[in-house]
Design a binder for this molecule. Sequence first.
Ligand SMILES: Cc1cc2nc3c(=O)[nH]c(=O)nc-3n(C[C@H](O)[C@H](O)[C@H](O)COP(=O)(O)O)c2cc1C
Length: 230
Amino acid sequence: MEADEVLTTTRAVRRRLDPARPVPLDLIRECVDVALQAPAGSNLPRTRFVVVRDPVLRTGLADLYTEVYEGTYRDSEGYIGRVATDDAGAARTQERSARSADALANALHEVDTIVLVCLEGARLDGLSAMASASLLGGVLPATWSFMLAARARGLGTCWTTMHLAREREAADLLGIPYERVQQVCLTPVAFTVGERFGRARRPSVDDVLHLDGWDAGLPSVPDVRGLAAR
Ligand SMILES: Cc1cc2nc3c(=O)[nH]c(=O)nc-3n(C[C@H](O)[C@H](O)[C@H](O)COP(=O)(O)O)c2cc1C
């Protein structure tokens, strides 16, 4: 695949994760190897990939995810299916995304690999904007690179943060030292059912490109303070 194809067709895969095809650990290692080429602040790679294959641990993580999703998120203002838009096409896309998100709780219990991406050597609690942006910025590019590398190998992923509401329990489950390791992203990894994925509906370039300063006339998104905290 050309770079642009990988970049524009790496979707949040939830309903097309194939639980029947085990993922070879070597393929995960290749994706991690690619991901390690991503930039990191101070050239100090702090990204750690916790690959969870043990059925008991996987179920424990999936249970934490589902409990937050069903117990808190689904009824919250921030629920993906409740994000309002006047555009009928966008509303349909949002509705599809909501059904897909609803399906992930189930899918997470079925896949044989879950990857938890962590930031080592820091917790973000209470840090300045500069420190937290720099530390997160050292981990998120590698996380996305891992997903792009997975896509290029026929594997699907789905970036999630839901379980972070129960982060400490996930840390205890996996023996992660909570005081100095921040979990950042949890993703299933599985071969996809079919390999064709399309571009997603997104804002146009003109909607997001501010030229020579902030253009208050461009569309904005709901202020996060207006949405219930997850
Ligand atoms: C920071 C972040 C957190 C996310 N958290 C979740 C999550 O907890 N659960 C979930 O099902 N999807 C989650 N997503 C996936 C988004 O819903 C998905 O990327 C978005 O709907 C676009 O999907 P598409 O690229 O397939 O169109 C998250 C994505 C990002 C970038």
